[in-house]
Design a protein around this ligand. Structure first.
Ligand SMILES: [Zn+2]
Ligand SMILES: [Zn+2]
Length: 375
């Protein structure tokens, strides 16, 4: 029986599973690949051994024969194949799968540019502003947590220049050649992720991550006329990228605080104007607030009904960007007095007697307020 021990060559236990065997093989194959060890005869023969061992141990049938009869048994009963001339169909397919998986999981389109670099996460925060602030536009301080590049190591994750050393696997190239039979592949080095460098001594401040959580504060300029729920993007304001990747963006959602007087409907503002019954009946003037502050007077014609809307031009909100203002819509809300004084009661009773409990003749169709309270 041959003394060739395939398990020892791959450095795995006799009961190792297929995944364990595959991963041991890949590590060794990369390490001893002739392209990485040019002119080294020992490496070349080791590489051959590794491939031979893997071919047997990765095939359940061959492994079984080998376990029972050793390498000699395989040669004898190998169906005249004569030795181990490289990879066969199934194994090659496997290898393709592996390599593509590798390239994709390491990102960076196969290792060009910034290998293993990753864009930082986008962040989203909400701010609430008043309607007055939405009218004029406002700068709002936004305080939030984000991940920033570590100041101590400037994102390298290493303690000073001496904390970084050339990757021993790829010798600084960042890529490793990998060939089987006619096929030759190049892939990002699995040990340094294509950086060509590895951290030998991690940065104390960030523990090697190259990034740290920080409290950030920025002033966000919210434009005049901003809509409820509008989302502003601060490009690059999110989490810092990894290994030189771009920062994510910061999204600020603008909410409007409830206003004591106004409701917003697009560019228009609505105000509910309370009027006493006699004010509405007799007509006159009413004072209404405006968004800039202060009040203006509007005319109330005699016989004004509940729900009537008066439009005050250009006292609404501007469109986004600050031009063309909407209107202020003043909606009449008739207020029926409760807790009448004796004198008031007297007058209402007199009014009731004069009207004879009949609805006003001129206003049959409209839902007359007087009809309701006096009828
Ligand atoms: Zn650091
Ligand atoms: Zn490397």
């Amino acid at each position: 029986m041959s003394s060739t021990d395939y398990y020892r060559i791959l450095g795995v236990a006799r009961n190792a599973g297929p995944d364990e065997i595959k991963s041991a093989y890949r590590k060794l194959a990369l390490k001893h690949h002739p392209d990485c060890n040019q002119g080294n005869k020992d490496s070349e023969s080791t590489f051959k051994e590794i491939n031979e061992a893997y071919e047997v141990l990765s095939s359940p049938e061959k492994r079984q024969v080998y376990d029972q009869y050793g390498a000699e048994g395989l040669k004898a009963g190998g169906g005249g194949r004569g030795g181990f001339g490289g990879f066969q169909g199934a194994d090659l397919g496997d290898m393709f799968g592996d390599i593509f998986e590798n390239i994709f999981t390491q990102g960076g389109g196969g290792g060009r540019g910034k290998p293993r670099s990753r864009r930082g996460a986008d962040l989203k925060y909400e701010v609430a502003i008043t309607l007055e602030e939405a009218l004029t536009g406002v700068k709002v301080p936004v305080n939030f947590d984000r991940t920033e590049v570590c100041q101590e190591c400037e994102g390298t994750g290493a303690r000073g220049k001496a904390g970084i050393k050339k990757c021993p696997t790829c010798h600084g190239a960042g890529r490793v050649q990998y060939s089987q039979g006619f096929f030759s592949f190049s892939q990002a080095c699995p040990d340094c992720g294509g950086q060509g460098e590895v951290i030998s001594s991690p940065c104390k401040a960030c523990g090697g991550a190259g990034r740290q959580k920080k409290k950030a504060s920025i002033n966000v300029k919210i434009p005049s006329g901003v809509e409820e729920g509008a989302v502003l993007r601060v490009s690059g304001g999110g989490d810092a990228g990894q290994r030189g990747g771009d920062s994510g963006d910061l999204y600020i959602q603008v909410n409007l605080k409830h206003h004591v007087h106004f409701e917003r409907q697009g560019r228009d503002l609505t105000y509910e104007c309370p009027l006493a019954v006699w004010q509405a009946a007799l007509g006159g003037e009413a004072e209404v607030p405006v968004i800039e502050g202060g009040r203006i007077k509007i005319k109330i014609p005699p016989g004004t009904q509940h729900g009537k809307v008066f439009r005050v031009h250009e006292q609404g909100m501007p469109s986004a960007g600050g031009k063309a203002r909407g209107d202020l819509l003043v909606k009449v809300k008739l207020e029926v007095p409760h807790d009448l004084t004796p004198r008031q009661r007297e007058l209402f009773e007199e009014l009731s007697n004069i009207a004879g409990h009949a609805p006003p003749a001129h206003d049959e169709k409209e839902h007359s307020f007087f009809k309701k309270i006096l009828g």
